[in-house]
Ligand binder design. Structure first.
Ligand code: PNS
Length: 165
């Protein structure tokens, strides 16, 4: 009998930095997929606050002993998904605003490659307002970001903004 091939999802994003919202979504996705590959987009127009290496370290710290890998993504998502042997692209949805953007991106991706499905998980209702960019804004003005990120990320943000004062 042939064994079914493992279900692998590519979870792409900037992860600048990874948040509690991302972490919960990945944990839930691990009940559906055998393995998650977190793809950090390195060549998009956004200028990241944290280096690729820092973002990888935050992710590895959040997922000790889990079937989660991290890789740089450099190019079209559908090409990268194929290269990494992923059956699906995983994305989170927080709101209607996310939906509009995701709908257009998924439509473009499926017109480029119909064999790669995009799977969406709705974020936990308690996390719908959490985003990496808002967390950076709160940290910039010394607000408490500890409920939204891991202790390692909170320390790094604190350090980043105390450097720039
Ligand atoms: O964290 P983000 O900003 O939501 O991530 C966006 C990302 C990296 C998923 C998106 O910009 C992306 O896929 N970039 C790679 C280029 C691509 O394939 N775009 C989709 C075709 S429209």
């Amino acid at each position: 009998m042939t064994r079914p091939s493992p279900r692998i999802a590519l979870y792409p994003g900037s992860f600048d930095p990874i948040t509690r919202g991302h972490i919960k979504l990945i944990s839930r996705a691990l009940t559906i997929f055998d393995r998650i590959i977190i793809g950090i987009a390195i060549n998009i127009s956004k200028q990241p606050m944290f280096s690729f290496e820092e973002r990888v370290a935050f992710i590895e710290d959040a997922f000790p002993d889990m079937p989660v890998e991290v890789t740089p993504l450099d190019g079209l998502l559908v090409h990268e998904a194929q290269r990494l042997h992923c059956n699906a692209i995983l994305r989170g949805l927080r709101s209607g605003t996310d939906f509009d953007y995701e709908f257009r991106m998924t439509s473009m991706n499926s017109s480029l490659n119909q064999d790669i499905e995009t799977v969406f998980l709705m974020s936990d209702p308690a996390d719908t307002f959490i985003s990496s960019s808002l967390i950076k804004e709160v940290a910039r003005f010394q607000g408490d970001i500890t409920p939204f990120v891991t202790p390692k990320v909170a320390d790094a943000l604190l350090h980043k903004f105390s450097e720039s004062v």
